[in-house]
Ligand binder design. Sequence first.
Ligand code: FES
Length: 146
Amino acid sequence: MTQENAINLYNLLPRTDRRTSPRANCNIPRNLAKVNGKISLQFLTLVMANIQFLKEDKLAFASDGANLRLKAIENGIDIYKFWGKMTNCGGYGQCGTCIVEITEGMEHTNDRTEVEQRKLKNKPASYRLACQTIVHGNISVNTKPQ
Ligand code: FES
């Protein structure tokens, strides 16, 4: 991939992906070196992930480091039950209404956060709070698992 292609691909990413993964996201220059007064940029390979929403039978694409809740919303996936729609905290890990089940690819997500450990302590290990889940590879998601 050429540098120009990498820049073009990065510019195509939704703003949510850019914001949620400033470092791990694709094509953000890792090495900025000033050589002879010129800035040299070294780009990484583009890493994409597929998020399969099972109940909705929908496949979403995400860049490495994307937030699962934001990707669901962006793709029209409803992760909240009736009560959660009215009372959710907007993704701050306070309400516990964005529970999803990762049926495949749990190894491609971040570890449970402290908030999740508290909110999900009596739930199966495959349950996550979508707003706290960062996607690093292909996963399958079951929304509203309870
Ligand atoms: S949206 Fe409130 S905990 Fe995830």
